[in-house]
Design a protein around this ligand. Structure first.
Ligand code: ARG
Length: 479
């Protein structure tokens, strides 16, 4: 995507393009009110669609010419004119005007200045309604490809860390209380699973969005003998939209995209929360590189996890965009309504927010330095291997419920003594069950505990290594 078209506009558009008239002004007895003009104009934000608008116009014009609706000379003039317009937009010299309301009319008016009557013929068999629906779908496809690429990088960074720390023991939590030992690699692989699902949700959304609205015109189709298949092919759409009314009216694909994006932010936000906790000296599980942290203007000792905190905070705006778009659509009668113009800012902000959050996280994850001693120390506290002792007893023939009760008594004893389960002498442990022998201690260490969970989806280092290999394969196969 060219830079000029992908950036939010910094400057307000120029107030007027030499008294440009609205394309529909012939129907009206007085010029539009200044406030209404500003209120209804979308060019300040929808100019971001310019690149796709031109691409779609070129495909439309070529089809009109191929179908004998436009002369070859007019097509050449349009192609030349649109190339100039694209160049002006990329160079930042294009004079955007709110008199021309939106990106579509701005481009068409400039084209007409350059190409004369040929420019005026471009809008044959087309409406801004099918035009904008097409532009947004083209934009969305690129947005999805960008996010999928970013997620791939993030997953790659997680896999590198997971394989490096496949055997590093840390406490796993439930209710934010130490529950059972896990490996850091296994914990990171949980996020790999989440981000892989996010990626496939985006691919799914892309498939449904990838149909061509052009040809629907305002809503009912057109009287011209057009070839929608040709336009679909040229623009890389899988097929034409099969109903003209639906094609110009629904924005479910935009909602789907924002919902998929909201899930990404939810996952990133959970990860952020964990990093914030882990960086707290009371956990002390990880160090983040200084370049991802900031200091305090008053407290000289501070090092704050600003990046994860901001990502956690930014999840809110993306969730908000989903609700905004659902609300935008919920009471609209078919077909097109001007309400739909409001779909763009939430969409654009969703892409910008999620893209940057993912990119920040990919770099951040690569820089995480786990503190092995703090992690292992915490995993050895809090009777994290109590379940392992119960499982040990079950293997010696004790029914699980009884084993659970025996271990509960042993935990109380250890707590009263001020030691961990592994700190209780064999004679004391045998006081709770005579099935306990000195082979019990392997099960009571965090390393023994994780190594024993050696099945598909388990936390054993050997399983983590296998899971990393499987995930790498999926990633390189483009899933
Ligand atoms: N700027 C408009 C939008 O974003 C383009 C379509 C306008 N169509 C119309 N009939 N007013 O939806």
């Amino acid at each position: 995507m060219p830079r000029a078209a992908s950036k939010r506009p910094r400057k307000k558009p120029a107030p007027s393009r030499g008294g440009a008239r609205k394309p529909w002004s012939g129907r009206f007895g007085e010029p539009v009110d200044e406030l209404v003009k500003r209120f209804t104009a979308s060019v300040a934000f929808d100019r971001r669609l310019a690149h796709h608008d031109i691409t779609a116009s070129l495909a439309h014009a070529r089809m009109l010419a191929a179908c004998g609706i436009l002369s070859p000379a007019d097509l050449r003039a349009i192609e030349r004119g649109l190339a100039t317009v694209r160049g002006e937009i990329e160079a930042g010299t294009f004079a955007w005007s709110i008199d021309a309301e939106d990106v579509h009319t701005n481009i068409e008016l400039r084209l007409t200045q350059l190409a004369g009557d040929a420019g005026k013929r471009l809008h044959t068999a087309r409406s801004r309604n099918d035009q904008v629906a097409t532009d947004v779908r083209l934009w969305l496809r690129d947005a999805i490809d960008e996010l999928r690429k970013g997620l791939g990088d993030l997953i790659g960074a997680l896999l590198d860390q997971a394989s490096r720390h496949a055997a590093l023991v840390m406490p796993g939590f439930t209710h934010l209380q130490v529950a059972q030992p896990v490996t850091f690699g296994h914990h990171l692989l949980a996020y790999v699973e989440m981000f892989e699902r996010d990626r496939s949700r985006l691919a799914d959304c892309r498939r449904r969005a990838n149909v061509l609205p052009l040809g629907a015109a305002a809503l009912a189709g057109t009287t011209f003998p057009i070839d929608r298949e040709q336009v679909a092919r040229e623009l890389g759409f899988d097929e034409p939209a099969w109903n003209s009314i639906d094609a110009v009216s629904d924005r479910d694909f935009a909602i789907e995209f924002c919902a998929a994006a909201a899930l990404i932010m939810m996952h990133l936000s959970r990860f952020s929360e964990e990093l914030v906790l882990w960086m707290n000296p009371r956990f002390g599980f990880v160090r983040l590189p200084d370049r991802f942290c900031t200091g305090s203007s008053i407290m000289p000792q501070k090092k704050n996890p600003d990046v994860p905190e901001l990502v956690r905070g930014k999840s809110g705006r993306v969730f908000g965009h989903v609700v905004a778009l659902l609300t935008l659509m919920k009471a609209q009668p078919l077909a097109y309504n001007k309400d739909n113009q409001e779909d763009k800012e939430p969409l654009f902000d969703t892409l910008d927010t999620v893209r940057d959050s993912i990119a920040a996280f990919a770099a951040l994850v690569a820089g995480i330095e786990p503190c092995a001693d703090a992690m292992r120390g915490a995993a050895a506290e809090g009777f994290a291997t109590a379940t392992d002792l119960a499982d040990y007893l079950v293997r010696k023939g004790v029914p699980f419920r009884e084993a659970h009760a025996i271990v509960a008594r042993a935990v109380r004893k250890a707590e009263a003594t001020g030691c961990d389960l592994a700190g209780l002498p064999l004679s004391v442990l045998r006081g709770f069950s005579d099935r306990i022998a000195d082979d019990v201690y392997v099960s009571l260490t965090p390393e023994g505990s994780v190594a024993a969970r050696n099945h598909v989806g388990g936390t054993a280092p050997a399983q983590v290594a296998k899971a990393v290999a499987r995930a790498r394969k999926r990633l390189s196969s483009g899933r």
